[in-house]
Structure formats: C-alpha cells, structure tokens
Design a protein around this ligand. Structure first.
Ligand code: C2E
Ligand code: MG
Ligand code: MG
Ligand code: MG
Length: 281
C-alpha cells in the first residue's frame, strides 16, 4: 500500500513539475517578444493624501496581456523577467512610460505630482542604472524630487558594493527611495538605518486586519511612529475599507493606496480621475 502511495506521489510530482516547467518555458518564450509586440502596458494606481483623500501621485504597475496566455500577473512574470535579464529592457520601458505620463500630469494638474516606480534587484545592480535614470529625467523633463523608486529588501540582501554606490548616487541626484513591502522581510530595521530611505510602505498584509486584530493595529501604529521618528513619509498599501482608512488617518499615516480609492488603471482612466478631482466644484 505504502509503495503504491509512494508511486502516486511520484507521478503527481512529475506531472506537476512538467506542468510548472512547461508554463515557465512558455512564459519565458512569450515574454521575450512582449515589448516588441506591444503587450506590456503601465497602469497607474492613485497615491492619496490620507488627510483629505486627494490624489497626489501614482504608482506605476506593469501589466502584460498576451494573446495566447491572456493576462499574466506581475507576481508571475516579474521574477521571470528578473531571472532572464529581460527586466533591464522592460524596466526601462516602465520608467519611460511612467515619466512620459507624469510629465503631462505635472504640467496639467500638479507640478508636484509624484510618480513611484518599482525597481527590481537586477536593474539596481546595473552599472548604467543611474546614468540611464539621469538621462531619462532630463529627456522627459521630470524633477528628481517628484520621483520615488520603490525597492524591496531583496535589492539590499546581496550587500554588493554596486547597490551601495547606486543608492548613494540616486540619493545625490535628489530622487527619493522607498522601502516597499515593509515588514515582510528579515531585517528591515537595520536597512532603514543604513540606507538613505525617504519613504516606508507598510505592506498590505499588515493593513488587512487592522480593524479586527489589535496586534496588527499596534504594529502598524509602531511602524508609522518609527517612520516619522526617522524622518520618513509613511504609505499604507492595500487600504480596502472605510474603517481601515479611518484608523490610518487617526494614526497620522501620510499617504495611502488601495482599492478603496482605486485599483491600478490604464493611463486614460487614471487621467479621468485627475480631471474629476480638478473640476471646479
Ligand atoms: P507592489 O509594488 O507592492 O504593488 C502593490 C500591489 O498591490 C499591486 O499588485 C497592486 O495592484 C496591489 N494592490 C493595491 N491596492 C490593493 C488593495 O487594496 N487590495 C489588494 N488586494 N491589492 C492591492 P500588482 O500590480 O499585481 O503588482 C504586484 C507586484 O509586482 C508589485 O508589488 C511589485 O513588486 C511587482 N511589480 C509590478 N509592476 C512592476 C514593475 O514595473 N517593475 C517591477 N520590478 N516590479 C513590478
Ligand atoms: Mg511597489
Ligand atoms: Mg508593496
Ligand atoms: Mg510587492
């Protein structure tokens, strides 16, 4: 009996491995042509001022629509882009799309409009990253202080010298650096002390239950207080309900993002939100 079970488990695993491997190869193959085939699009999710819910900026979030695979989530394709090195060209496309949109929004709506962009470890380890960033900033006429680069602990983990010098160089040109998914990694606290962060984004897994879990509420309150103590702005990710919003407002969180305000939207739809906000009342 146990032998049989063993064999079934074995068959199950090989099937699963085959399926996973097949999917992975398929994704990789399709991703290689995604840019050239115009399958990638940058969406924008509003970043709001907690005090009055006004939109003060956006986070650029990449979307991939493939004719064969349908919509593939970034959680699935970003790691593949990272492992294959495709993230270098894809990351540059995200920066250009985000800057080109932000340029218009800064002119038409708000000169201080903030644009936040996710940067992954391989991009950050590139020698040319800061040169490329500097070139794009001037090409798209974007003020460095309106840009926020979001990095996760994964970027810092390697401890490479290049990471350090890139962070310093980015800070020197006046671009802001934000710690994304704060609280989900191993040693966020020491990183916050050692690197020039401007913003801390509290992960949505902590925001989820703040209305029902006193422990989570306590942790979020402590993260906000600590961020402020270190002179950082604090963003709460994944705000979905009015109750969560009220608590975060009471805790003096600076900014918020979440479905309560809006999902990530294509450029034109995001612009419609900005239009509505700027209609004379
Ligand atoms: P992230 O940077 O932490 O982005 C926040 C994620 O939370 C986004 O998922 C967003 O759509 C989602 N979100 C926002 N508000 C809510 C909410 O109220 N409820 C829930 N349930 N989710 C909410 P998305 O767009 O699927 O992106 C997932 C991750 O993929 C991002 O996490 C980021 O790490 C990565 N990613 C996305 N775009 C890019 C990119 O252009 N470059 C790189 N390197 N990574 C990216
Ligand atoms: Mg992010
Ligand atoms: Mg995050
Ligand atoms: Mg994330």
């Amino acid at each position: 009996h146990s032998k049989e079970q063993g064999r079934n488990t074995y068959t199950f695993f090989t099937h699963k491995m085959n399926n996973d491997m097949h999917r992975r190869l398929q994704l990789e193959e399709q991703l290689r042509n995604a840019l050239k085939n115009n399958e990638l699009e940058v969406y924008f999710q509003p970043l709001v001022d907690i005090r009055n819910r006004s939109i003060i900026g956006a986070e650029a979030l990449l979307r991939w629509h493939n004719p064969e695979l349908g919509n593939v989530t970034p959680d699935e394709f970003i790691p593949i882009a990272e492992q294959t090195g495709l993230i270098i060209s894809i990351g540059q496309f995200v920066l250009e799309s985000a800057f080109s949109a932000a340029y218009h929004w800064q002119i038409y709506y708000n000169r201080q409009f903030k644009i936040a962009i996710n940067v992954s470890p391989k991009q950050f380890r590139e020698n040319k990253f800061v040169d490329m960033l500097t070139t794009l900033l001037s090409q798209y006429d974007i003020q460095p202080c309106s840009v926020e680069l979001e990095i996760t602990e994964g970027v810092l983990l390697s401890g490479d010298q290049i990471i350090n010098s890139n962070l310093t160089a980015i800070n020197d040109i006046g671009v802001n650096i934000s710690m994304d998914d704060f609280g989900t990694g191993y040693s966020s606290l020491s990183y916050l002390r050692s690197y020039p962060f401007d913003t801390l984004k509290v992960d949505k897994s902590f925001i989820n239950d703040i209305t029902v879990d006193p422990g989570d509420l306590e942790l979020v309150g402590a993260a906000i207080a600590m961020g402020h103590g270190l002179n950082l702005k604090v963003v709460a990710e994944g705000i979905e309900t009015e109750e969560q919003y009220q608590l975060l407002n009471a805790l003096k969180c600076d900014y918020g993002q979440g479905y309560l305000f809006s999902k990530p939207l294509p450029k034109a739809e995001f612009e419609a939100l900005l239009d509505a906000q700027h209609q004379p009342k």
